[in-house]
Design a protein around this ligand. Structure first.
Ligand code: SF4
Length: 606
């Protein structure tokens, strides 16, 4: 964010090659168990607010172990380019021969050309045809499945005519501490903490994130048919994915191995999409209930296709679900879809939609605009009423958050748009914590109601989550294994501070790290403000204010506008933000001084 704040020229357009794409590795990336993550940051072509997307696998770690913390890329080369990083040196190569290749073929070809082996010495970030075609649901692939997904990262990389960045080897696998000591003993402590945590031991390591589907379905909070309904079949519960799980995989130096692999074997179609990596809970939700598919085999196949075509499954699935509802309501018809009948639950049709979107062919050119199809003139204004997006970003979380007010607030205020990974108070669905008010107060540093559908104190919980998750991203820790996301017992400020000190010699208190998280959010809001977004962007899809949940224990629930605005006011108050959602003047001065080195305040006469 520091670099983006300084390098962004808001008079340009997001796809202008002078708007930089920044790959960043965290302070602990590649060095600490489960700190395998890095960010891709820019101005989003999908949302026109900040683009800040996180991924793992091996590239962020190998970048860091090549002694590179940030890679800032801008400008337009005369031909498509691939960067190769070896021993910390970057060389430029023509990527002409790789044009038109999607993920599977590209990975195969690059490994052959560089005579290397993935995860042993090679790691890569790359775009697919969708990125080359500036599709706004395209991501930057970071492995067979891992992806910098959110905000059209693929289109941004495509705008730079950059097909791939490859790391070939590392400089040093085992850096020492700042005092020249071995960092392994404390790493062992972190790894043990991870593996002893119940949610890791019993769910993430065994099945990966699909374990989340069932509780959400039972609660009646599963976004279905583009959130017209909120519960769906038990056929997609994680145990029904089990027969197709061929193993588990993971990121560099992560003992959790949370990624389920799949193999449809004889139940597949006998092509390259019979086996792959995933699905995650997000993909399960978006390509299951959200578009009306019940068969796990079909969801798995669509997941494998998305991995090859380089799609953000959250934006792609939501975009298709939105189009299907518009078709159902006659807001669009076959004239818009090029003759296609957009029928719920038709997996063959969805498969076709994915391919034509990656090529921007026919109706695929409309879907390629993601949430901005109205602005692009393809859909009428009325379509916005059914769009599940905030700040122009389609919803990532399959949960329907009309019940869970903490989730709803998080989705509204997330700086990159409607995304759960920035601040979701996942533990709101943990009955044990909800039943222990004293523990819950201690956990979030303030009183938070134990009722999931109450508005009381949810601002406090979102604030705590947003701070620690921002710090987690900054150090490179995976969200799944950061305290408060899946469990209160996972590594948090204490462990981050200890390893930052070990590695750099810099000392931080837990309170200071919490302040760093707040500063990151403040800076992101200042950037968004330059891009025209402030309180007007901190809202929710209209449907959640207007339509009640029809099933389950919370039947009748929706978001009350007045309660929501009050909750937002309280959130701003504890976040040092003014009524407009911007850092208050004194804090703004401090932030500006840090990122710019100076600050000028102009006082207007009363
Ligand atoms: S928990 Fe899963 S996604 Fe996170 S770093 Fe480990 S293997 Fe990767």
């Amino acid at each position: 964010m520091f670099y983006l704040y300084n390098l962004l020229d808001p008079t340009l357009e997001p796809l202008d090659p002078q708007v930089p794409l920044i790959f960043g590795a965290g302070i602990l990336t590649g060095l600490v168990p489960s700190a395998a993550r890095g960010n891709a940051t820019s101005w989003s072509p999908e949302t026109r607010v900040i683009m800040d997307s996180n991924a793992g696998d091996y590239f962020p770690s190998f970048l860091k172990l090549n002694d590179i913390d940030h890679l800032i890329i801008y400008g337009l080369p005369t031909e498509w380019t691939m960067l190769v990083i070896k021993k910390g040196e970057i060389t430029f190569h023509s990527a002409k021969k790789y044009l038109g290749l999607d993920n599977i073929d590209l990975r195969h070809q690059v490994a052959e050309d560089l005579d290397g082996i993935w995860v042993r010495n090679l790691a890569m970030v790359n775009i697919t045809r969708a990125g080359e075609n500036l599709v706004k649901t395209s991501g930057i692939m970071a492995g067979p499945k891992s992806i910098f997904a959110r905000g059209a990262t693929g289109a941004k990389m495509g705008s730079l005519r950059l097909k791939a960045v490859v790391t070939d080897g590392v400089i040093n696998y085992n850096p020492k501490s700042a005092k020249g000591e071995d960092i392994k003993p404390y790493n062992r402590h972190i790894a043990e903490t991870l593996l002893e945590t119940s949610v890791v031991k019993n769910a993430l390591s065994k099945r990966g994130t699909p374990f989340l589907y069932k509780p959400s379905r039972l609660l009646g909070a599963m976004g279905t048919f583009n959130h017209q309904e909120t519960t769906w079949t038990d056929a997609l519960d994680a145990e029904n994915i089990d027969p197709y799980r061929s193993g588990m995989a993971g990121c560099f130096r992560c003992p959790v191995n949370c990624r389920p692999l799949n193999d449809l074997k004889q139940e597949g179609k006998g092509d390259r999409y019979d086996a792959g990596d995933g699905p995650e809970y997000v993909t399960l939700g978006k390509f299951g209930p959200d578009i009306g598919i019940k068969d796990p085999k079909q969801v798995i196949r669509l997941n494998n296709i998305c991995n090859d075509l380089g799609f953000d499954t959250a934006s792609m699935g939501s975009t298709i679900a939105w189009a299907m509802e518009l078709f159902q309501r006659d807001i669009i018809n076959k004239n818009t879809t090029g003759g296609l009948e957009l029928e719920w639950g038709n997996a063959e049709l969805v498969e076709k939609l994915l391919f034509i979107t990656s090529r921007r062919e026919g109706f695929g050119n409309v879907l390629a605009e993601s949430a901005s199809a109205v602005d692009a003139g393809y859909y009428p204004k009325e379509a916005l009423k059914y769009r599940m997006a905030v700040k122009g970003l389609m919803q990532s979380d399959p949960h329907d958050s009309r019940i869970l007010k903490g989730f709803a607030l998080g989705l509204a205020v997330a700086t990159r748009g409607m995304d759960h990974l920035r601040n979701r108070v996942t533990l709101e669905i943990n009955a044990k914590i909800n039943d222990d008010p004293a523990y819950k107060t201690k956990l979030y540093g303030g009183k938070v109601s134990g009722e999931p559908n109450s508005y009381e104190g949810k601002d406090v919980a979102v604030r705590a989550c947003e701070n620690i998750f921002a710090v987690g991203d900054a150090v490179g820790m995976c969200r799944f294994t950061t305290k408060l996301f899946n469990s209160p017992n996972l590594p948090g400020y204490e462990e981050f501070a200890q390893q930052i000190e070990n590695l750099t010699g810099l000392k931080f208190t837990e309170k200071e790290l919490d302040g760093v998280g707040l500063n990151i959010m403040g800076l992101e809001r200042l950037i968004n403000h330059r891009l025209g977004i402030s309180r007007n962007g901190d809202t929710l899809p209209e449907r959640w204010f207007e339509e009640e949940i029809k099933v389950g224990p919370y039947k009748g629930e929706k978001i009350d506008r007045k309660e929501f605005e009050n909750m937002l006011d309280r959130f701003y108050q504890i976040s040092k933000l003014d009524k407009n959602g911007l850092p208050r003047l004194e804090w703004r001065k401090e932030l500006t001084k840090v990122v710019k080195g100076f600050c000028i305040t102009v006082k207007m006469p009363d």
